[in-house]
Design a protein around this ligand. Sequence first.
Ligand SMILES: *Cc1c(COP(=O)(O)O)cnc(C)c1O
Length: 404
Amino acid sequence: MTLPPNVHDAEPIPAAAREAIDALMQSGDLFRYTAPQDAPVALLEAEFAELLGSKYALAVSSCSAALFLSLKALDLPRDARVLIPGFTFAAVPSSVVHAGCIPVLCEVGENYRIDLADFEGKLGNVQAVIISHMRGHTSDMDAIMELCDAHGIPVIEDAAHSLGTTWHGGNIGTIGKVGCFSFQSYKMINAGEGGILITDDADLVARAVIMSGAYEHNWKKHKGPHGDNSPELEEAFARWQNKLPLYNLRLSNLSAAVIRPQIPELARRVRDGLANHDYVAERLNSSTYINVPDPLAPEKRAPDSIQFNLVGMHEDDIRAFAAASEARGVKVQVFGLSEDNARAFWNWQFMPEKFELPQTRAMLMKACDVRLPVRLTREELDVIADILLASVGEVTGPVPVYGT
Ligand SMILES: *Cc1c(COP(=O)(O)O)cnc(C)c1O
């Protein structure tokens, strides 16, 4: 029998990273602004902007830092209200609080996506929106952009977990005014830590670049598309020179050297991740007690984990299911049941205002999360699916057989 796979180990970093890291160890040139040009961080920014099809990219220390800088770059007034989904990672409301703003939570549906009626109802009273594509589930960006454009409200996409996801064939992260991505180890590209923001707005990126720690004239090392000088960008930098605080959220050249050789691996990871996910989803959906929500029609996903709802099971059964799976070697996180879960909104006790979201809460109490790293083989996926199905069977009893 194949043992349950280790779902926490990442893929090895491509060997090409070693050469770049050796060169950096030799030169000691780890700070992005030491070299006059072509520092690994600057090359990463150019490559990432080109990959996603945006004009500008700014690499920083985390996606949380990218979200924080995006909010600061929007120049919102103190205590501005920022609408975010009630199902996201604690880092998202944290970045809003850190930026001196107030998070406003909106309801999320059973399919993990923003509830548009609640979203629309709360939009009149906010100054910005962060769409967190939680676990890579894309909310209806057509409807969201139409509503936000009509209200003149800027949209930040938290695409931390959506690198490689497309919407009508375009890249997630390029739909709103700014898109933020993560290079933390559990995301599609793994540098341990790191993040990047992309935008087509020269003024916004200029502000973010300076606040990220481009002191004095270091902004001159930031270029426009294809590494060209961009007059628009230079004018924006000149406008903001000395006018903004520095938060020093820069990325190190070492991290960029780990990230860059993974970019050519992305297409394969996305393809394998989706195939793995859809294979396990189909197997799990064979149980009447499990529902893996469908993607929205314009969405092509890039998953490295699977989420599913338990159907018609009480809380005790759900706890027993998670325990049975774990005993067999597959860790299931039920977002609303595991203690102090950072994705359960009631645990965000740092929120300046409290929100009650009955629909989101009900979803979190039965929504399960299982990691599915893209490197898993079919055999390993079958072991995971077998264990999950057997654990459901253990809790719910034998599946009724109809007829004779
Ligand atoms: C991982 C994640 C973040 C935080 O990213 P960091 O790089 O660790 O700051 C934010 N939002 C979502 C949806 C994430 O999955």
